[in-house]
Design a protein around this ligand. Structure first.
Ligand code: HEC
Length: 110
Protein backbone atom coordinates (compact mmCIF):
# COMPACT_ATOMS: atom_id res chain seq x y z
CA UNK A 1 0.00 0.00 0.00
CA UNK A 2 2.84 2.39 0.81
CA UNK A 3 4.48 1.63 -2.51
CA UNK A 4 1.39 1.62 -4.69
CA UNK A 5 -1.12 3.92 -3.10
CA UNK A 6 0.52 6.33 -0.67
CA UNK A 7 1.90 8.64 -3.30
CA UNK A 8 -1.68 9.89 -3.45
CA UNK A 9 -3.38 8.50 -0.34
CA UNK A 10 -0.87 9.04 2.46
CA UNK A 11 -2.41 10.48 5.60
CA UNK A 12 0.82 12.24 6.52
CA UNK A 13 1.06 14.34 3.36
CA UNK A 14 0.23 17.94 4.23
CA UNK A 15 -3.24 18.97 3.14
CA UNK A 16 -2.12 21.27 0.36
CA UNK A 17 0.10 18.64 -1.28
CA UNK A 18 -2.34 15.79 -1.19
CA UNK A 19 -3.41 14.24 -4.48
CA UNK A 20 -6.25 12.15 -3.08
CA UNK A 21 -8.17 11.38 0.11
CA UNK A 22 -6.22 9.62 2.87
CA UNK A 23 -6.71 5.84 2.97
CA UNK A 24 -8.57 6.01 6.26
CA UNK A 25 -11.23 8.15 4.60
CA UNK A 26 -11.63 5.51 1.92
CA UNK A 27 -11.82 2.78 4.51
CA UNK A 28 -14.52 4.57 6.51
CA UNK A 29 -16.45 5.25 3.36
CA UNK A 30 -16.36 1.71 2.04
CA UNK A 31 -16.63 -0.32 5.21
CA UNK A 32 -19.76 -0.13 7.32
CA UNK A 33 -20.56 -2.46 10.18
CA UNK A 34 -22.15 -4.81 7.65
CA UNK A 35 -19.32 -4.96 5.12
CA UNK A 36 -17.51 -8.29 5.10
CA UNK A 37 -13.87 -8.55 4.22
CA UNK A 38 -14.71 -10.44 1.02
CA UNK A 39 -17.10 -7.68 0.00
CA UNK A 40 -14.53 -4.99 0.66
CA UNK A 41 -11.85 -6.82 -1.32
CA UNK A 42 -14.30 -7.23 -4.22
CA UNK A 43 -15.19 -3.52 -4.08
CA UNK A 44 -11.52 -2.60 -4.23
CA UNK A 45 -10.87 -4.87 -7.20
CA UNK A 46 -13.84 -3.34 -9.00
CA UNK A 47 -12.72 0.19 -8.33
CA UNK A 48 -9.14 -0.41 -9.45
CA UNK A 49 -10.35 -1.99 -12.69
CA UNK A 50 -12.94 0.68 -13.33
CA UNK A 51 -12.22 4.01 -11.72
CA UNK A 52 -14.90 6.14 -13.36
CA UNK A 53 -17.13 8.88 -12.09
CA UNK A 54 -20.13 6.56 -12.28
CA UNK A 55 -18.48 3.97 -10.07
CA UNK A 56 -17.14 6.41 -7.54
CA UNK A 57 -18.67 6.45 -4.08
CA UNK A 58 -16.68 9.40 -2.80
CA UNK A 59 -18.23 12.24 -4.74
CA UNK A 60 -16.69 15.02 -2.72
CA UNK A 61 -13.24 13.55 -3.38
CA UNK A 62 -13.96 13.29 -7.09
CA UNK A 63 -15.11 16.92 -7.13
CA UNK A 64 -11.97 18.03 -5.35
CA UNK A 65 -9.25 15.88 -6.91
CA UNK A 66 -10.77 14.58 -10.13
CA UNK A 67 -11.39 10.89 -10.69
CA UNK A 68 -8.50 8.61 -9.79
CA UNK A 69 -6.46 7.68 -12.85
CA UNK A 70 -6.64 4.15 -14.06
CA UNK A 71 -3.50 2.26 -13.17
CA UNK A 72 -2.87 -1.42 -13.59
CA UNK A 73 -2.14 -3.34 -10.43
CA UNK A 74 -2.00 -7.11 -10.09
CA UNK A 75 -5.12 -8.53 -8.40
CA UNK A 76 -2.95 -10.21 -5.81
CA UNK A 77 -1.54 -6.84 -4.76
CA UNK A 78 -4.99 -5.27 -4.44
CA UNK A 79 -6.20 -8.25 -2.45
CA UNK A 80 -3.33 -7.87 -0.01
CA UNK A 81 -3.87 -4.15 0.32
CA UNK A 82 -7.62 -4.50 0.90
CA UNK A 83 -7.01 -7.31 3.36
CA UNK A 84 -4.58 -5.15 5.28
CA UNK A 85 -6.90 -2.13 5.25
CA UNK A 86 -9.78 -4.19 6.57
CA UNK A 87 -7.83 -5.62 9.49
CA UNK A 88 -5.63 -2.74 10.55
CA UNK A 89 -6.04 0.73 11.93
CA UNK A 90 -4.79 3.27 9.41
CA UNK A 91 -3.05 6.55 10.07
CA UNK A 92 -5.41 9.46 10.34
CA UNK A 93 -4.31 13.03 9.69
CA UNK A 94 -4.99 15.46 12.52
CA UNK A 95 -7.95 17.13 10.87
CA UNK A 96 -9.64 13.88 10.00
CA UNK A 97 -11.88 13.07 12.98
CA UNK A 98 -13.44 16.52 13.06
CA UNK A 99 -13.94 16.51 9.31
CA UNK A 100 -15.48 13.06 9.41
CA UNK A 101 -17.90 13.86 12.22
CA UNK A 102 -18.96 17.03 10.47
CA UNK A 103 -19.62 15.24 7.17
CA UNK A 104 -21.51 12.45 8.84
CA UNK A 105 -23.84 15.02 10.33
CA UNK A 106 -24.34 17.06 7.20
CA UNK A 107 -24.81 14.32 4.62
CA UNK A 108 -26.67 11.64 6.55
CA UNK A 109 -26.22 8.92 4.10
CA UNK A 110 -25.88 9.60 0.46
C1 HEC B 1 -1.93 8.97 -8.84
C2 HEC B 1 -2.64 9.13 -7.59
C3 HEC B 1 -3.34 7.91 -7.02
C4 HEC B 1 -2.79 6.67 -6.74
C5 HEC B 1 -1.37 6.19 -6.95
C6 HEC B 1 -3.86 5.88 -6.14
N1 HEC B 1 -5.01 6.64 -6.08
FE1 HEC B 1 -6.81 6.04 -5.31
N2 HEC B 1 -7.59 7.88 -5.67
C7 HEC B 1 -6.92 8.95 -6.22
C8 HEC B 1 -7.78 10.11 -6.24
C9 HEC B 1 -7.43 11.48 -6.77
C10 HEC B 1 -9.01 9.71 -5.66
C11 HEC B 1 -10.25 10.60 -5.36
C12 HEC B 1 -11.19 10.73 -6.50
C13 HEC B 1 -12.00 9.48 -6.72
O1 HEC B 1 -12.72 9.02 -5.81
O2 HEC B 1 -11.91 8.95 -7.84
C14 HEC B 1 -8.86 8.30 -5.33
C15 HEC B 1 -9.86 7.51 -4.78
C16 HEC B 1 -9.73 6.18 -4.43
C17 HEC B 1 -10.80 5.35 -3.93
C18 HEC B 1 -12.24 5.82 -3.70
C19 HEC B 1 -13.03 5.71 -4.97
C20 HEC B 1 -14.43 6.25 -4.88
O3 HEC B 1 -15.34 5.45 -4.57
O4 HEC B 1 -14.64 7.43 -5.15
C21 HEC B 1 -10.29 4.12 -3.71
C22 HEC B 1 -11.03 2.90 -3.20
C23 HEC B 1 -8.88 4.18 -4.06
N3 HEC B 1 -8.57 5.45 -4.51
C24 HEC B 1 -7.99 3.12 -3.93
C25 HEC B 1 -6.66 3.18 -4.28
C26 HEC B 1 -5.73 2.08 -4.06
C27 HEC B 1 -6.09 0.76 -3.38
C28 HEC B 1 -4.53 2.49 -4.53
C29 HEC B 1 -3.23 1.71 -4.56
C30 HEC B 1 -3.28 0.38 -5.15
C31 HEC B 1 -4.71 3.83 -5.08
N4 HEC B 1 -6.01 4.22 -4.89
C32 HEC B 1 -3.71 4.58 -5.69
C33 HEC B 1 -5.61 8.95 -6.68
C34 HEC B 1 -4.73 7.88 -6.60
Amino acid sequence: MKVYCYQCHDATTPEKNRLGPPMIAIKRHYITTKTTKAQFIADMQNWIKNPTEDNAKMHAAVARFGVMSKMVYPESVIKKIADYMYDNALDAPEWFEAHYQKNMKSNKHK
